[in-house]
Design a protein around this ligand. Structure first.
Ligand code: C2E
Ligand code: MG
Ligand code: MG
Length: 739
């Protein structure tokens, strides 16, 4: 028998699917995937461990059977999985008509009698999966970071390709557009190879490219070692490992294809594939930008110098984003970005230099935002940006900081002069600051002037009026001082569930402030205030003690060993007495330390937080677990993973939200899970809101999930009720199971 870890059964008819499943299930197989058709199978298997066996029921039609086998072979190609056919006798396909490459066949009537025997007779699967190379995951993560650091524009496409080609030691890499521009065959936008130039495109090789351009993902880990015949292109280019990925735009329209090949076969696909997918996402972004530009230029809506949407087109975009946001209840931010001292640059270095600066700022701005965000040249040296799907002000703050940072990197003019420039950024939010486009822009513009007044090269968020806000902020701050004493703070708990069982495995304690006049205030608003004033330390201590006590109460009542997540702020983490505080909370409550998981946000810089590493190590010694919160949003992901003693990673909701929307974010989620597993960390996804998120996270083996799809954060009473109900339900189920 094979070395894989799963069995795939595929049948369009439910009864046959069930019978196949039962045979393997009764034989004690642990991982049985059952699918309706090859497409369904591909979704189920994406990113999973290699298979041991595939069994497919072939329908009446020869052509269809052939096609199905072909698709399955591509699916199993990476490890040379044997494919057994079952002939559905309701409409018999003659054995003589069976496609090649099958490891064997049997009639449906013999499923129960013969299937296991046939399987056991098969020769061992061709190839064991290679053991992961130590350090490979770290290197891959570092490479991933570098791929993302290169922006998606045309100028850097070559740089990204070169990086990938060298680091993965590829022998062939090409990017093709879907559009045939002139010639008989499409011309590659980019082609790198090792050795003699491939005589492309030979007729034999067109089929494979066409399949990828039709949207198919083609993967051969090591075709030379597989029994199934690979595509004709592979021997032609002398390649054994091959990956073909369609380049998709936001609406999943194919814009092109990326083909990558390697002579000696790929090593660990679990590492190579996410890297290639990330690169493909970057190439797709570049292509999309190029196409939009061409179209816009033709219609006079794009700025001739930078290729960005001009003021007219921007206005139009902003209106449609606004309409959609109203429909979907979405929040977004408008940024006004103005180059500091641009006039002086023009005066000193001339207009050509000014033009270069504008082009470079354009490139850096585009590289700092997502493909789905809009960047426009509003006027002269003013740019506007719309950031969509915003949840917290922090999301915007982070982008603004990134912009400030990349723009301030030195810039070389064509005449050799080196310049350093800065920008001032103003931000306004929809719907908080205004409900219409014009006012939003006006507010962002006002905030930009406030940033200029503040000394330039900085970012300001629009405030009602600085004086009013100061009063307001002050008032909140002083109220907050008494909130704890007045009993205005409380905790809510949000369940976390196991991905496979969907059963509760833990909960996160989340803080709420019930303001007597203003009602509930979000921690996103008051935690920063509490941090500024240092109040977060006593508040945080209260949170720890209250949550531990509550968790222990539930533990005593239900004995579920639920894990308790508690958020720690940066300030708490720097306190030398933190381990003592945690120790006391555990002792007082009697909670098992291994059930307490402290969440630290990724945006805390290791260098800037004294005692951080020591404190975390001390907490570990107490037996507590550490989780890295909001993973993927900070700059130091790799560093964090290496240096901090973390047990779990929480993928930030901003990425989860974009599953099905932004292939870049999907690639990040997937790569994060993959890498975390390789480093023996488990992964929780936050903000799981839809079935689509769930399906994706499940397919990529995310361990645990948290989000509105399962449950919102609940007050203590409701959470207790939830646990009681669960117990009743299970009690009932137990009672009906015969002894
Ligand atoms: P976090 O630790 O990342 O917590 C997750 C946040 O996501 C919570 O927001 C939760 O209500 C929200 N959430 C959960 N599922 C979904 C979903 O499906 N969709 C969406 N859109 N949101 C979801 P919350 O309670 O407003 O807390 C915000 C942040 O405030 C937390 O982010 C955490 O950083 C901070 N915070 C909360 N409680 C505490 C605390 O006790 N101490 C400290 N220092 N910070 C806290
Ligand atoms: Mg958290
Ligand atoms: Mg989080």
């Amino acid at each position: 028998m094979g070395t894989g870890t799963g069995i795939l059964v595929l049948a369009a008819r439910r009864d046959l699917r069930r019978r196949l499943f039962d045979v393997f299930d009764q034989a004690g197989c642990r991982h049985i995937h059952s699918a309706r058709d090859a497409q369904h199978a591909a979704i189920l298997l994406e990113g999973r461990q290699p298979l041991e066996l595939m069994v497919a029921v072939l329908g009446p039609e020869e052509a269809q059977a052939r096609h199905c086998c072909e698709q399955l072979r591509t699916l199993g190609a990476a490890v040379g999985v044997p494919l057994l056919a079952v002939l559905d006798e309701e409409a018999p396909l003659q054995p003589a008509q069976l496609p090649d490459g099958l490891a064997g066949w049997l009639p449906a009537a013999r499923i129960e009698a013969d299937l296991l025997t046939r399987w056991r007779e098969l020769p061992a699967a061709t190839e064991p999966t290679p053991a992961p190379v130590p350090g490979a995951a770290e290197r891959a993560l570092a490479l991933l970071a570098r791929i993302f650091a290169t922006s998606g524009g045309g100028a850097t496409r070559d740089a990204t390709a070169r990086l990938l080609f060298d680091e993965l030691a590829l022998d062939y890499l090409a990017v093709w557009p879907v559009r045939n521009e002139g010639g008989e065959y499409p011309v590659p936008l980019l082609q790198l190879w090792n050795g003699t130039e491939p005589a492309w495109p030979p007729v034999e090789a067109q089929a494979l490219l066409q399949r990828v351009l039709d949207g198919e993902v083609v993967l051969y880990r090591d075709a030379a070692r597989q029994r199934a015949p690979a595509d004709a292109l592979l021997p032609l280019l002398d390649l054994s490992g091959f990956v073909g990925l369609p380049l998709l735009d936001e609406r999943r329209v194919v814009l092109g294809a990326m083909l990558a090949g390697i002579r000696r076969g790929f090593g660990d696909m679990a590492i190579v594939e996410p890297l290639l997918r990330c690169a493909a996402a970057r190439f797709a972004q570049g292509l999309e930008l190029g196409l939009t530009r061409e179209q816009g230029r033709a219609e006079g809506l794009l700025d001739a110098l930078t290729g960005l949407p001009n003021r007219l087109l921007f206005g139009d975009r902003l209106e449609s984003i606004l309409r959609e946001a109203v429909r979907n209840g979405e929040c977004f931010a408008v940024l006004f970005v103005d180059i500091d001292h641009f006039k002086a640059i023009n005066d000193t270095h001339g207009h050509a230099a000014g033009d270069q600066v504008l082009q470079e700022v354009t490139r850096r701005l585009r590289g700092s935002v997502r493909a789905s965000d809009t960047v426009a040249r509003y006027a002269g040296d003013e740019f506007t940006v719309v950031l969509r799907h915003i949840v917290k002000n922090d999301d915007v703050q982070r982008v603004a900081e990134k912009i400030l940072q990349v723009i301030s990197e030195p810039l070389a003019l064509e005449n050799g002069t080196r310049l350093q420039i800065g920008v001032s950024i103003g931000v306004s939010f929809f719907p908080d600051d205004a409900a219409d486009a014009e006012t939003l822009l006006k507010h962002a513009d006002e905030a930009m002037y406030a940033a200029k007044r503040q000394g330039r090269n900085t970012c300001r968020i629009y405030e009602v009026s600085p004086e009013y806000a100061r009063e307001h902020g002050m008032a909140l701050r002083s109220r907050l001082r008494h909130a704890l004493g007045n009993g205005e703070l409380r905790l809510v708990y949000q369940p976390q569930v196991g991905t496979d069982s969907e059963d509760i495995v833990g909960m996160e304690a989340l803080l709420r402030w019930e303001h007597p006049e203003l009602g509930p205030i979000s921690p996103a608003v008051f935690v920063p205030l509490a941090e500024e004033t240092g109040l977060i330390v006593p508040i945080g201590e209260w949170v720890l003690r209250t949550a531990c006590r509550q968790a222990q109460e539930w533990e005593q009542r239900h004995g579920l060993r639920l894990r308790l997540g508690v958020n720690l702020s940066a300030l708490q983490l720097m306190e030398p007495k933190l381990p003592a505080t945690v120790f006391r909370a555990l002792q007082e409550s009697g909670l098992d330390p291994t059930l307490l998981e402290l969440e630290i946000t990724e945006s805390i810089s290791i260098k800037a937080a004294p005692n951080l590493v020591e404190n975390l190590q001390a907490l570990h010694r107490l037996g507590c677990r550490i989780a890295i919160d909001d993973f993927g949003t900070g700059a130091a992901s790799l560093d964090y993973l290496r240096k901090l003693p973390a047990d779990r990673i929480k993928v930030d909701q901003s990425f989860v939200r974009n599953i099905g929307v932004d292939p870049d974010d999907e690639a990040i989620v997937r790569a994060t899970i993959e890498m975390a597993h390789r480093l023996n960390r488990s992964v929780v996804a936050e903000g799981v809101e839809t079935e689509q998120h769930l399906a994706f996270l499940r397919a990529h083996q995310c361990d645990e999930l948290q989000g509105y799809l399962f449950c919102r954060p609940l007050p203590v009473v409701s959470f207790s009720r939830l646990l009681d109900e669960r117990q009743n339900l299970l009690g009932l189920q137990d009672a009906t199971v015969p002894a």
